[in-house]
Design a protein around this ligand. Sequence first.
Ligand SMILES: [Mg+2]
Length: 257
Amino acid sequence: MSAGNARSSAVMTDFDGTLSEIVDDPALARPLPEATEALNALAPVFGVVAVVSGRPLKFLRDSFPALDPAVRLVGMYGMERLEHGVVRLATGVDSWRGVVAQVAGEARAQVRGGVLVEDKGLSVTLHWRTSPAGMPWADGFARRVASKTGLKIQPGRMAVELRPPVGPDKGAVVEELASGCTAACFVGDDEGDLAAFAALDRLAAGGARVVKVAVGAVESPTALLAAADLVLESPRATVEFLKGLARTGRIAPEEAG
Ligand SMILES: [Mg+2]
């Protein structure tokens, strides 16, 4: 494959469970040591290189202090994004901050079963990784709050998130980032990444060559694994996969040169 084709290709990846190991306290998650190097190696080769995550943009920026500025960071499923040093907020999401703050306060006041409440500013996530017995409380709280406030439920790995019902999802982000590309791949591990895979399917229907990559942890959603073209075993394998893309300039092995 020529460099020209790589310039019309998009390489996109999730963060948690793909570039970082899943840890008990989400605040302590860090990218693998070689993740920055892998992303920076992709940047001059491919037209689009992006990290698309449910994390706040600030967390992503802090996680990659030495990142090539050409690598795009998209936070909060596309509600926050950094492009060429400029922070952009999706239309309509900012007005939900008050509701989210109130819900975060209620969650902290009512929390049961050892559930961890993570206030992300534009969303609230309830984690039961360290306390699986807390899942029924978190699930019930999320359902009650969603019906009362209009916030949307986003399931995750041993977690549930309440987010504004407006703004993009990862699918909309992927479709926009890879618009006009002749090839695209996305690496994900969770429910929220199904939208990104669906977006790749739409791009494929339009003639693009796409590769849907899932990281197959024990708790990864079966629907995601079933939809994947390639299943990697770990974040470590993801970083190696990305380094391989940077070396070859190819997203799909069968791509014509
Ligand atoms: Mg993830």
